[in-house]
Design a protein around this ligand. Structure first.
Ligand code: ATR
Length: 278
């Protein structure tokens, strides 16, 4: 990269699998904007140094992926509303010589649920599986979408409690362990936000969490989404999705921050479904 050419990147460890460069290239084509977008693996220099080097070379916007989303929030001079609420940043915008952090994971998930899966969140019961970075990133937006209750179920109860406390929503956000799920009733929406699938592991989930028309979404895509989506299908759940929709929607919100225009996500989503064999 020649110095000082404004450019964009996804930073993470690993990033070789990331579909973000392809998504932003498609958005750029659609909007007539020439986008230079790199993959930056942080394994060698660490997150802070990789980001500093990127900014020095003319980096003006970045997507942050695992495991740096919480650290990214710490490095920002200012944070947008969702990023502040979640303490999680997935989008960086270079402004006046410093990084501004935004969180488009929550808004991306909401748009995916409402528009792609046609679920109105008003008064719904939601089960959030996991309490790590992925869950923290989407929990505040879900809670503000008019749902009646969110149950946060995590392997470690302590972490689920911490997330519920951070949300500060009294009985609207309850914490429990995965083993307590048989006592928690059924849910309109179930969101799989653990990293178990990345290790090929399967959560043990009771059939009782499902109701007739539950929507089950795994925030992962590809192989990592398979254990949960396969479980949901094996329970005869008819509305099952992976995280590709959220991925494309959060990317469109990031694109809008950087370029001032929100692209049409449907053609890009459809193309990726086919080309990435997802
Ligand atoms: P991420 O940023 O992907 O969310 P993380 O912050 O390390 O990663 O969080 C991982 C989440 O997946 C946590 O909720 C973790 O549960 P614990 O808090 O109890 O560790 C959950 N997780 C990972 N592997 C799991 C497994 N095999 N079974 C159940 N939960 C698992």
């Amino acid at each position: 990269m020649s110095p000082k050419v404004p450019h964009y990147a996804v930073l993470g460890r690993p990033v070789a699998h990331s579909l973000s460069p392809q998504i932003h290239a498609e958005f750029g084509k659609q909007c007539g904007i020439a986008v230079i977008y790199l993959r930056l693996d942080t394994s060698e220099l660490g997150f802070a140094d990789t980001l500093a080097r990127f900014a020095k070379a003319g980096g003006v916007g970045a997507n942050i992926t695992a495991p740096h989303k919480a650290e990214a929030a710490q490095l920002c001079q200012s944070l947008g509303y969702r990023a502040q609420q979640a303490g999680i940043v997935n989008t960086l915008i270079w402004r006046n010589g410093a990084w501004h952090g935004a969180n488009t994971d929550g808004s991306g998930l909401l748009r995916d649920i409402r528009e792609r899966h046609d679920l109105n969140l008003e008064s719904r019961r939601v089960l959030l599986l996991g309490a790590g970075g992925a869950a923290q990133g989407v929990a505040p937006a879900l809670l503000e979408a008019g749902i009646s209750q969110m149950v946060i179920a995590n392997r470690s109860l302590e972490r689920a409690r911490q997330l519920a406390e951070r949300l500060d929503a009294a009985d609207a956000a309850l914490a429990c362990t995965l083993t307590e799920l048989p006592d928690m009733g059924s849910f309109d929406l179930i969101i799989q936000a653990t990293s178990a699938g990345h290790h090929g592991e399967q959560l043990t989930l009771p059939h009782s969490i499902l109701q007739k028309d539950s929507l089950c979404i795994d925030l992962n895509y590809g192989r990592a989404a398979l254990p949960f989506t396969a479980w949901a299908r094996s329970q005869h759940c008819r509305r099952v999705a992976d995280g590709l929709g959220m991925l494309v929607e959060q990317a469109a919100d990031a694109f809008a921050f950087w370029h001032g225009i929100r692209p049409d996500t449907a053609p890009v989503y459809n193309k990726l479904r086919i080309s990435a064999r997802l």
